[in-house]
Write a protein that binds this ligand. Structure first.
Ligand code: BES
Ligand code: MN
Length: 457
């Protein structure tokens, strides 16, 4: 009866869970911007306190060169039972542009549409809380059916520069049979999913330098090269008209999807209508020869994330700017590597940027893509746990996003991950008005309870 008790516990404590969601979201733990460092530490502390409250022991906040990890465990099931490592990241993406938020980004606000709005609700404080709540329910309703370890990082949204070292230093503490990672979301409120592939990433900053200082565009236009014009020209050449990335050798190592896999991915839909509705664009764009859903999950990309140059204040200013810079990321698929992509980017810039300007390229970090087993008993345990709650079998999805820890754990610890989550495609993660569907979240906690019992069976 403990499973039923655990679910009853979830129902009885729902209001408290919402209160705690408000507390957690109220901590603006933005990892990218050092102005938020104190809040990062606050979120780590909040998580550690919460771990203790739900029955985890050996709780630790572990410093790194950037932001701390938080760790806790409950090994009371004993050595005969499997050990499940749970993963989460307590950091969030920057909230700006502020003016596009309809509610305060760090005030979790529940609206009539059944969603709670706020930065981190979906990606992924809400998912961490769902996991905390499921654990608490199981721990307080009887014997724990599996050993649990919980690892939280505070720098996933910044590419996780400390992860590799952390996995190396804490290899023994993290020893486990499987990692359950709820950072990947699901297909729709009625369609749970298990994610089996994530893209990798390589991140860059390119700076192009023109005159020593901003100069009069009448005095110097058509005489010297404008670094913003030149950067725009070069960026314009990075992708051709058919959506193919032009870095030399970019597709050499790309693992093609099999015809069978492509058919399975497109089974419910090729994604066109969903992507149009989610983004409001007049027409989709991407690599020719692949459907939107294939392009998002199984093909590599290159995107400008931000560009800075010249005068952007009110009115006009007739100058040639002294410099122009862009932040660019490429999303990678198996078997591309970020290191090789960085070489390709440099080679492309060397061949393309003219000698009328000076330039710098900084490779700011990367992660490899990952593909995981779709048939293991752990996947089955999760699949059954989701099916029991939703009365429908989960679909297997490839995701366009990246979760660096998944590939790192495969490489460093030989640990596989099982990926799911209770965020939805329309949640606006990384965007203004990020949100989380509360009913799906609530069902998710129950599915996690099922999964924990299945893993121990
Ligand atoms: N949860 C996301 C990744 C994700 C999104 C997986 C949607 C599946 C579906 C994760 O928090 C994330 O956004 N990661 C970053 C990592 C990057 C900064 C290295 C990403 O993908 O941009
Ligand atoms: Mn994210």
């Amino acid at each position: 009866m403990s499973k039923a008790n655990a679910k009853q516990f979830l129902a009885e404590n729902h209001d408290r869970f919402i209160t705690e969601m408000k507390e957690f979201i109220a901590i603006p733990s933005v990892s990218a911007d050092s102005a938020y460092k104190a809040d990062i530490l606050k979120a780590a502390q909040w998580s550690a306190d919460k771990m203790k409250a739900i029955g985890l022991t050996n709780v630790q906040i572990i410093e790194t060169k950037m932001h701390p990890f938080v760790y806790g465990e409950n090994l009371s099931a004993g050595p005969d039972k499997p050990t499940v490592l749970l993963y989460g990241h307590y950091d969030v993406q920057p909230p700006d542009p502020f003016n596009l938020w309809k509610t305060e980004p760090f005030e979790a606000t529940i609206k009539d549409d059944g969603y709670v709005y706020g930065r981190g609700t979906s990606d992924m404080k809400g998912q961490i809380l769902a996991t905390f709540n499921a654990i608490e329910a199981v721990v307080k309703s009887g014997d724990l059916p599996v050993n649990l370890k919980f690892m939280l990082e505070g720098e996933e949204e910044s590419g996780g520069p400390s992860m590799e070292q952390f996995l190396e230093d804490y290899k023994e503490m993290l020893a486990c049979d499987i990692c359950l990672n709820p950072d990947a979301g699901m297909a729709s409120p009625t369609q749970p999913s298990i994610n089996y592939a994530l893209r990798g990433i390589a991140a860059f900053e390119i700076t192009v330098y023109g005159p020593n200082a901003d100069v009069h565009s009448g005095g110097y236009g058509n005489v010297i090269q404008n670094p913003a014009n030149e950067l725009a020209r070069v960026i314009g050449k990075m992708i051709d008209d058919e959506g193919r990335v032009q870095l030399p050798g970019f597709y050499d190592d790309v693992l093609e999807m099999s015809a069978e896999e492509r058919a399975e991915l497109n089974r419910l839909s090729d994604g066109t209508e969903d992507y149009l509705a989610q983004t409001g664009v007049p027409k989709l764009f991407g690599e020719k020869g692949y459907t939107p859903i294939e392009r998002a999950g199984g093909r590599p990309t290159l995107d400008v994330n931000g560009m800075i140059s010249g005068y952007t204040g009110e009115g006009g200013k007739t100058i040639i700017p002294a410099k122009a810079s862009a932040k660019i990321t490429t999303r990678l698929v198996p078997n591309q590597t970020p290191e090789k992509t960085a070489k390709q980017m440099r080679a492309f810039l060397e061949a393309t940027i003219r000698d009328t300007v000076r330039w710098e390229l900084e490779y700011t970090g990367g992660a490899t893509a990952s593909i995981s087993d779709r048939k293991s008993k752990y996947v089955q345990a999760l699949s059954d746990g989701l099916e029991e709650e939703w009365n429908t079998k989960p679909i297997f999805e490839r995701s366009g996003g990246s979760i660096p820890v998944v590939g790192e754990m495969q490489k460093k610890l030989g640990v596989e991950s099982v990926l799911t989550g209770f965020g939805l495609p329309g949640d606006s993660i990384h965007s203004p008005n990020e949100r989380l569907h509360l009913e799906t979240w609530t069902k998710g906690m129950r599915a996690l309870v099922n999964t924990i019992y299945n893993l121990g069976a």
